[in-house]
Ligand binder design. Structure first.
Ligand SMILES: Nc1ncnc2c1ncn2[C@@H]1O[C@H](COP(=O)(O)OP(=O)(O)OP(=O)(O)O)[C@@H](O)[C@H]1O
Ligand SMILES: [Mg+2]
Length: 345
């Protein structure tokens, strides 16, 4: 049975559909990420699952039960928002215990759960402090603690790490993921950050303009994007999707990931695609080389530091298996096998 199931869920405000006939399911104990650009409907979808918004059409099921018309409290889920909204006048412990107190959970049980959660999150020494007396990352963990202590089997998070610096984000990603696995929670996590999605999720639901573009594992999304949009959304830097009719023929776009392009310095004349080096960005472990092929720009990712001068000639090469094809008009993926064009360069 799926822990969460959406059936053709739509949310309209007047004419505008923030969420447009969205269907997906997430199995119990899985980590699903709702990913997509700003305004694509991620938060609205999450709020519909939580019951904070009413659906215009469609059904929401939690653990097989239709909860579409139930109030948020009756859905037995916990939620962490982007702004973690701790009560400033309450201590860390009181903040974490707030929900249990409201529900009248016995004091001994409260103490037991508080200890477990505080140990798990490494905040046992901070319990007496006020939110203003702890760091942003610690506040974030208190907000997580407040959600976890409810011991709901489903947890919803809306960009919970957006206020943190890069280092702390990285740590917290790992912490949230291992907590989710340790506690066997079903997680629906919203982010517009594809690195976050790829590194945390079992399942990525990629959205655009209120609709699902692709619902797949991170590996599948990377290896077989269903459209040029999905291809360009995943990867750092993202896939090059360019028009090179001399290679693909008319009507197709060629997709190739930066890490799948080899670069010759031009001595192998006649092999590969002729290109001109535009810029080299050294990143430490690798370098990004921006190349110009006719009117198109392609990014190449190469290990280590690269000695290439601006405007120098280069040849780009790749394996035919690394090529993705998309229909130029619809943007949809076209299977390579159905094409007889020669994609080797
Ligand atoms: N209460 C509302 N009334 C009218 N329109 C709304 C309301 N809430 C959201 N919208 C619109 O619905 C669309 C989806 O909004 P939503 O907050 O779900 O986007 P999002 O994917 O979470 O974006 P972000 O990454 O910026 O948080 C947007 O176009 C937004 O302007
Ligand atoms: Mg949002």
């Amino acid at each position: 049975m799926s822990a969460i199931r959406l059936q053709e869920v739509t949310k309209a405000w007047g004419e505008a559909r923030a969420v447009d006939s969205v269907s997906f399911e997430t199995a119990a104990g899985r980590f699903a990420v709702l990913l997509g650009p700003s305004g694509c409907g991620k938060s609205t979808t999450l709020r519909l699952i939580a019951g904070l918004e009413q659906v215009t059409a469609g059904r929401v099921l939690i653990a097989g039960q239709d909860v579409t018309s139930l109030a948020p409290a009756a859905r037995r889920i916990s939620m962490v928002f982007q702004s973690y909204a701790l009560f400033p006048h309450l201590s860390v412990a009181e903040n974490i215990l707030f929900g249990l107190k409201v529900r009248g959970v016995p004091a001994a049980e409260q103490e037991k759960r508080l200890k477990r959660v505080a140990d798990l999150l490494g905040i046992a020494k901070l319990l007496e402090r006020k939110p203003s007396q702890i760091s942003g990352g610690q506040q974030q963990r208190v907000a997580l603690g407040r959600a976890i202590i409810a011991e709901a089997s489903v947890c919803l998070m809306d960009e919970p790490l957006s206020n943190l610096d890069a280092q702390l984000r990285h740590e917290m990603r790992r912490e949230i993921r291992s907590l989710q696995q340790e506690l066997g929670m079903t997680m629906i996590y919203v982010t517009h950050d594809q690195t976050e999605a790829m590194s945390m999720a079992d399942q990525v639901v990629l959205m655009k303009e209120g609709r699902i573009i692709q619902n797949a594992s991170p590996a599948e999304l990377y290896a077989r994007p269903v459209s040029a949009f999905a291809a360009r959304f995943i990867g750092t830097p993202p896939m090059n999707v360019v028009s090179l009719p001399s290679i693909t023929g008319e009507g197709l776009l060629l997709g190739i990931r930066p890490e799948h392009i080899r670069l010759d310095d031009g001595r192998n004349k006649g092999k590969g695609v002729a290109a001109q080096v535009d810029a080299v960005e050294y990143l430490g472990a690798d370098s990004l080389v921006t190349c110009r092929v006719g009117a198109e720009i392609l990014t190449v990712r190469l290990p280590g530091q690269v000695e290439l001068k601006r405007s120098s000639e280069a040849r780009l090469a790749w394996d035919p298996e690394a090529v993705h094809l998309f229909d130029a008009a619809s943007g949809l993926r076209v299977e390579r096998e159905t094409h007889t064009v020669v994609l080797t360069t």
